[in-house]
Design a protein. Structure first.
Ligand code: COA
Length: 191
């Protein structure tokens, strides 16, 4: 999957130093999206604590970044200390950015990253009522098996290949440059 630049923003991996941006994004989720994201209603304090642990847990977080703010995210979290066979995936898109294809694109990034790390199973806390997530899963049905459960969906990524590894590496290079531009523009604004 090539790098995609949406009209107002870009998808790239977030750096550990961008925890604040990730936390602010999760805090901006409307009540319903917050409930769907965490499979139950959660308080601000829970989100603050959760976001603080973004880099501790060595998880990968892809962000959809608009003018230096994260407006959507996809997380790939280890279940243990190292990348084993299984991991957890989660998605969040702020209300005004929903239904623009961003969640679908993020799903593609997560599946590819999972393949490249040799993961064989991804768990996704997903309420059965979450029809948008199911619509996205259907788009990737050639690459994943998604079982509609009460809470947990399973994604079975395909194995890594030269092209999937190269594509992630190329996206990372572009993402690095975009993050640097982002930092520069923030420094210019602050000056
Ligand atoms: C679920 C979520 C990540 C999807 O992201 P998104 O950017 O809105 O998704 P996309 O635009 O890529 O795709 C949404 C799909 O759902 C479809 N859709 C929208 N409303 C729908 C509905 N009520 N019923 C069924 N499908 C619906 C859209 O048509 C689209 O499919 P299409 O591209 O084939 O037309 C986002 O809405 C979100 O963050 N929701 C709250 C948190 C959440 O549910 N997280 C997932 C936890 S598992």
């Amino acid at each position: 999957m090539s790098d995609v630049t949406f009209p107002e923003g870009t998808i790239r991996k977030l750096w550990p130093s961008e925890t604040d941006r990730f936390r602010n994004h999760l805090l901006r989720l409307d009540k319903q999206s917050r409930r769907l994201r965490f499979a139950h209603g959660v308080a601000d304090a829970f989100i603050e604590d959760y976001a603080d642990r973004m880099s501790d847990m060595g998880s990968l977080v892809f962000g959809f970044v608009v003018d230096g703010e994260v407006r959507a995210a996809a997380e790939l979290r280890k279940l243990g200390d190292t990348w084993g066979r299984e991991a957890e995936a989660a998605f969040s898109v702020e209300k005004v950015y929903q239904d623009l294809g961003i969640g679908s694109e993020l799903m593609g990034r997560v599946i590819r990253a999972a393949r490249n790390r040799g993961l064989q199973l991804l768990y996704m806390s997903c309420l059965a009522e979450n029809s948008k997530m199911q619509a996205i899963a259907r788009k990737y049905e050639a690459e994943l098996r998604f079982e509609y459960g009460e809470v947990i969906g399973e994604i079975v990524p395909d194995t890594a290949n030269y092209f999937s590894i190269l594509a992630e590496a190329m996206d990372d290079r572009v993402g690095f440059m975009l993050a640097v531009f982002d930092l520069q523009s923030r420094l210019v604004k602050a000056a």
